[in-house]
Structure formats: structure tokens, C-alpha cells
Write a new protein. Structure first.
Lengths: 347, 324
């Protein structure tokens, strides 16, 4: 009885701790090297849309499984996909995995049992859900993956910005600012989020691009970001030990907002912050001309539309490239000013 | 002749001391280690940073502590914090409502969530874990409906930033002052009021309390309302802290809130717990992350070490259960 009392909380803690460690330690599945298609390859014809509607019939539907609704990027992809599908008359259902593997597996199984025709899915831990996806595929479900390329082996279509491309773009832009404005010397903090294997690739690419672009700059360390609170708390502590930090490059905008708050709270106005996602707030901060200098556009709305275009092609039985690249775009003050001057370019 | 007896009694005293104060001993050792091995841990700036970071978790943990004293658990506190923060920000930014008005509406919302939890648990007799888990999902969903997955931000939020960055006499941060005031009041309410005595009575033995004339359902309802209101205030403080609100802003708060209460020694079966130990545990939890950043521990190893520290602290604390 006594042992039970001790062991229950300890075991719970160990499970919590080591499950996190396990997820953190995992490496992303090696991605197959394949020829990439373009957005134009997915543009559906009227006939294909009609064929897709016929294929779905009255009971069929497209299941959209998001990684999370907790960030603007992921919410926008899923929500745009659903709206776009419904605008075309295609039945679509959305599920939020809440970055929880078990929830995602349950959603795949439930959608399959419910007769889903195409699964549009974002994977944050591909190896853990592979079995469920294989079962869905064997049951005749077609699969479109976004925000990653691990499902090509399964015959799935992938619509993706490469995480490595995103990280590289953010790192290269930060490096160019360091070179131009700081003479190539800076103390850099990278905001990471090691819970998600794909994001680790992004953080590694940020580091590699900075090291290549500004060899004299010092990367002080990787700190936990990913959410505004994590970015804020990490940078508050990091700035106490390393007040010399003057550049922050974040794997997403949410973490970068926290870093900016921490820098402002410390009375700093001289730092450079670069994020990824091109959220509305990031664009506003860049336009204001403060420390937030740039972000990388992941085109979430366009990605959402492309996933449905791919689903339509699959339902219509058309030829389709297995991997389609979504372009990576730098958003800085100049780009935003240009968009303001020519509104059609921003759409 | 009497040496073996003395040795045994000394051992018992050590075990007893560790059993009562195990996590505090680990906390003190951790603080000493950080003071000796980092340049800045023991500076006023850093100590206030740790306290500031602990303030929101600490304040919401008061409500969690009260609920756990009842022998229940409230899993909806973090999502209450999220929804309250989102509502506070939306009222100020989107509706143009003044900060005080927005605060009152938000606190009423938090209290209302407590009423719903309390009503379902006491009147419909549904288990607290099930109830608050269900409410958790509802609150998260509503927060996402309001935000539509986007970040709510605007200069209107600047009006409440003093709750995060304000200081008294340019030294003591406002959230730290609030933290200690809330704990002082929480202690007085628990130890010096009839309601506080009833909370312990209900947690110790529900039926005996009822037979003694305690209105068990009312005590439970009041406690959930208190916890909900504190969670809402935590949401307001978090909006002030990050200057924005999102549908996921509180998603990482539940684990540290409950850990603070359990690490502080409150019994999950109810009726036993020291409120100030929850405060110390909240500060300890915050100092773990802060300390590892100051030590320059890499991001992967941080989790292993923080888990190990918690296990050691919790294990020592559990020695009290092994005492003869």
C-alpha cells in the first residue's frame, strides 16, 4: 500500500517526462527524393470537379485532420481547405489533433470507419501514425499530406513547404541583416520547439544558414519557443544570463512575439527578430518598423486550397504529381510596402 | 548503551523532516547549486523574474489547491484561463470596452464557469474529473471560435500591462505583489474562516461533514466558483504578460498548476495540504526552467533534468507516508 502511494505519482511523472523525451529524441522520417510538381499541376478542370462530386456521392466526404488549431498557420490551412471544399460543393469535415498522436490515430480510424474518401492530413509525428494510415489506405482511402512529405511511400500526395526551406529562408534573412547592419557580428538566440520532429528540421536549417551566412556571429543557444508564453519565459531567463543577445530567429511567429515582449520588457529596442509563418500580427509589427524585421510566408490559405485541389484530382482519377511544392516567400518591410502599393500582389 | 536508540531516533527525525519538507530541501539545494554555478541566479533581477514567471501559475494553483482539498480535481482551469484571456482581449480590442469593465465581465465569466462545474458535480452528481474534462473541451472550443485561430492584439491591451511589467517603487513587480497578496488572503480564508474549515471538513470526510451540518454542496460550489474566478484572473494576467491572446494561450498551464499543488504536498484524496507549500512549489517549478537556461543546458537535456528533479523532490516528500 505504501509502495503504491509512492509509485503512482512517480510513475506518472516518469511517463510524462519520458514520453516527452521520446518524442523529442525522434528523428523525422527520411524523406524520399522525388521530382516536385507545381501549383499549376493541381488546378482542377470543371470536369474533374464534377467527377469528384460524383465520386463522393451523397455519403462520401473529405476528412481534414489538422495538427493543431493552436497556431494561425495550422488553423488557416484547415479552415481554408474546408471552406474551399464547401464552396465547390464537396462535403468536408475537420478534426483538430491538438498535437496529440492518440487523437490523430483515433481521427484516422473514425473517419475511415465513417466512409471518408480522401484524408487531408498534417502529420507532426509521422512514424507513430503510419500504421493507422496504412490501414486507411488498404481500406481504399486516398491520402493528401500537407506540411510534410513522409507519406509519398504510401502512395499519398504531399503538398508541402519544406521545413528545411523555411528555416533556411529565415536564417539567411537574419544573416543578411546581421551582415548589413551589425558588421557580421551578433549574438543569436534560436527559438526552437523540439516536441515536433519536423520543426527540429526547421531549427537546424536556421542554424546552418546563420553559420554559413555570418561565420563570425555567435549562436548563444536554442531555447524553447513555439508559443508566445514559452518564447517569453525562455527569453526572459536567457537575457539575464546573456544580455548580449541581439538577434532572435524563431521557428514560428508565435514564439517570436514572446521574444519581442521579453526584449521590450528588458528595455531593449536594438534587436533583430525574424519569425516564420507571416501571421497578420507579424506583418503589422514589421510594418510598424520595430525589432520584428521579417517573417517567412508559409502561404497557409493557398496550401489549404491546394490540398483540396489534390483531393479533387485523386477523386477524379486524374494524373497528379506525387509531391507538390508550395513556394517560400520572405516578408519584410520592403515586400509589405510593395504589396501595399500593388494590392493584387498580396493576394 | 543508549547509542542505538539515539541513532534510530535521529534517523526518524531526519525522515520526518524530509517527509514534511522534502521538496523544499531539494529546492534549497537547487537554489544553492544555481547560486554557485551561474552568474545571475541569485541576483535581484533574476529572482524577481522567477517570481514574476511563477505568479500566474501560482495564483491559478490557489484555486486548484482548494479544489484538491475537497478531494476533487478541476481539469478545466487552464482552459478557463485561455477563454478568459481571449474574452478579456476581445472585449478590449474588438469591442472597445474599458479595462475595468472588461475585467469585471471576464471575472464574472470565470465565476460562471465555476458555477457550471459546481452545479454539474454537486447537483447532477457527475464525477469531477469527467465534468471538468468535458468543460475543458467546451472552453477550448469556444476560445477557438472567438479567435478563429488568430492572435488578438492591439494597443488597447497596453492599459493592463502594468499587471505584468508594473513595479512598486521601481523594484517589486506588480505580479509578485499580487501573488503574495492572493496567497495571504487564501491562507486566511482557509485557516481563519468557517468556509475554510468546511473545505477541510468536506475533504476529510464528506459524509461526516454533512452529518455535522455542513452544506457540502454549497461549499463545493463556492470552491469551484473561487477556482474559476482565479483562473479568469490568471487569464487576464497572461494577456497583460504576452500582450496578445490566442486560443491556445493556456494550453501548457494545466500540468504545472496541478504539479505545483501535488508537489506542495496536498493530498489528492482531500483534507490535507498547506497553501504556502503550493506557492513554494510553483516558484520551485519555475526556477527549474530558469536555472537550466542560466546553466546553458541544451534544450533536450532540460526535460530529462527537470523530470529527474521533480521525481527526487516528490519521492522525498512521500517519505512521510512511510513513517511509522
Amino acid at each position: 500500500m505504501k509502495l503504491q502511494k509512492i509509485s503512482v505519482p512517480v510513475v506518472c511523472l516518469m511517463v510524462a517526462v519520458f514520453s516527452n523525451v521520446y518524442v523529442s529524441a525522434q528523428e523525422a522520417t527520411p524523406e524520399p527524393v522525388m521530382e516536385l510538381g507545381t501549383e499549376a499541376d493541381l488546378e482542377p478542370t470543371e470536369a474533374e470537379i464534377e467527377a469528384a462530386l460524383t465520386a463522393l456521392g451523397d455519403d462520401g466526404f473529405i476528412g481534414i485532420i489538422a495538427c493543431t488549431f493552436g497556431t494561425e498557420y495550422h488553423f488557416t490551412v484547415a479552415d481554408t481547405a474546408r471552406q474551399y471544399a464547401e464552396d465547390l460543393g464537396l462535403q468536408a469535415e475537420v478534426f483538430d489533433s491538438q498535437v496529440n498522436v492518440e487523437r490523430q490515430i483515433s481521427a484516422i480510424e473514425s473517419f475511415t470507419a465513417d466512409g471518408v474518401d480522401v484524408l487531408v492530413i498534417c502529420l507532426f509525428d509521422p512514424p507513430s501514425v503510419l500504421s493507422a494510415l496504412e490501414a486507411a489506405s488498404e481500406a481504399g482511402v486516398q491520402i493528401v499530406q500537407y506540411a510534410g512529405r513522409q507519406l509519398a511511400d504510401l502512395g499519398g500526395v504531399t503538398i508541402s513547404i519544406e521545413d528545411a526551406d523555411l528555416g533556411r529562408a529565415a536564417g539567411e534573412y537574419a544573416a543578411s541583416l546581421i551582415t548589413e547592419e551589425m558588421g557580421g557580428e551578433a549574438n543569436i538566440a534560436i527559438l526552437d520547439f523540439p516536441d515536433v520532429a519536423n520543426v527540429v528540421i526547421r531549427a537546424d536549417a536556421i542554424r546552418a544558414a546563420i553559420e554559413a551566412g555570418t561565420p563570425n556571429a555567435v549562436i548563444v543557444g536554442n531555447y524553447l519557443g513555439g508559443t508566445t508564453e514559452f518564447g517569453l519565459a525562455s527569453m526572459e531567463s536567457a537575457l539575464i544570463e546573456h544580455p548580449e543577445i541581439n538577434v532572435v530567429v524563431s521557428i514560428n511567429d508565435a514564439g517570436a512575439y514572446g521574444a519581442m515582449q521579453a526584449l521590450e520588457n528588458a528595455g531593449r529596442t536594438d534587436a533583430i527578430i525574424v519569425g516564420i509563418d507571416a501571421e497578420d500580427q507579424a506583418r503589422e509589427l514589421i510594418t510598424e518598423g520595430g525589432m520584428f524585421r521579417g517573417t517567412i510566408d508559409t502561404s497557409p490559405a493557398r496550401t489549404g486550397e491546394l490540398t483540396i485541389n489534390a483531393a479533387i484530382k485523386l477523386l477524379a482519377g486524374s494524373e497528379i504529381p506525387q509531391n507538390v511544392a508550395v513556394p517560400v516567400t520572405l516578408i519584410n518591410a520592403d515586400v509589405l510596402a510593395e504589396m501595399e502599393a500593388t494590392p493584387e500582389s498580396s493576394s | 548503551m543508549s547509542q542505538p536508540v539515539d541513532r534510530s531516533s535521529t534517523l526518524r527525525r531526519v525522515v520526518s523532516f524530509l517527509g514534511e519538507n522534502g521538496f523544499i530541501v531539494i529546492f534549497v539545494l537547487w537554489a544553492i547549486y544555481l547560486s554557485l554555478n551561474t552568474r545571475n541566479f541569485a541576483t535581484a533581477n533574476n529572482l524577481f523574474t522567477v517570481l514574476r514567471q511563477a505568479s500566474i501559475i501560482g495564483i491559478v494553483a490557489i484555486g486548484a489547491h482548494y479544489v484538491i482539498l475537497l478531494g476533487d480535481i478541476d481539469l478545466s482551469l487552464a482552459s478557463n484561463l485561455t477563454l478568459s484571456g481571449v474574452v478579456m482581449a476581445a472585449l478590449m480590442v474588438n469591442q472597445g470596452i474599458a479595462p475595468l469593465g472588461a475585467l469585471l465581465i471576464t471575472l464574472a465569466l470565470g465565476a460562471g464557469i465555476g458555477v457550471i462545474n459546481g452545479f454539474i458535480i454537486t447537483r447532477l452528481k457527475i464525477n469531477a474529473i469527467i465534468t471538468t474534462l468535458g468543460v475543458l473541451g467546451i472552453l477550448e472550443g469556444v476560445a477557438f471560435i472567438i479567435t478563429q485561430g488568430r492572435t488578438i492584439s492591439g494597443s488597447e491591451i497596453d492599459a493592463i500591462k502594468f499587471l505584468s511589467t508594473g513595479t512598486l517603487s521601481s523594484i517589486i513587480p506588480v505580479p509578485v505583489i499580487l501573488l503574495f497578496i492572493f496567497y495571504g488572503v487564501a491562507f486566511i480564508v482557509l485557516r481563519r474562516t468557517t468556509y475554510g474549515a468546511h473545505v477541510f471538513a468536506v475533504g476529510n470526510n464528506n459524509k461526516a461533514a454533512w452529518l455535522s451540518g455542513v452544506n457540502v454542496n454549497l461549499v463545493k460550489l463556492m470552491t469551484y466558483v473561487l477556482a474559476g474566478t482565479l483562473a479568469a484572473f490568471g487569464g487576464v494576467m497572461q494577456v497583460a504578460r504576452q500582450g496578445t491572446a490566442t486560443g491556445a494561450m493556456g494550453s501548457d498551464f494545466l500540468f504545472p498548476i496541478l504539479t505545483a499543488v501535488v508537489l506542495g504536498g496536498a493530498s489528492l484524496t482531500g483534507g490535507r495540504g498547506k497553501i504556502f507549500n503550493t506557492l513554494i512549489a510553483a516558484i520551485f517549478l519555475t526556477s527549474i526552467t530558469n536555472g537550466m537556461i542560466l546553466l546553458g543546458v541544451d534544450i533536450y537535456t532540460q526535460r530529462v533534468i527537470s523530470g529527474a528533479i521533480l521525481i527526487v523532490a516528490l519521492s522525498l516528500d512521500r517519505l512521510r507516508m512511510m513513517r511509522p
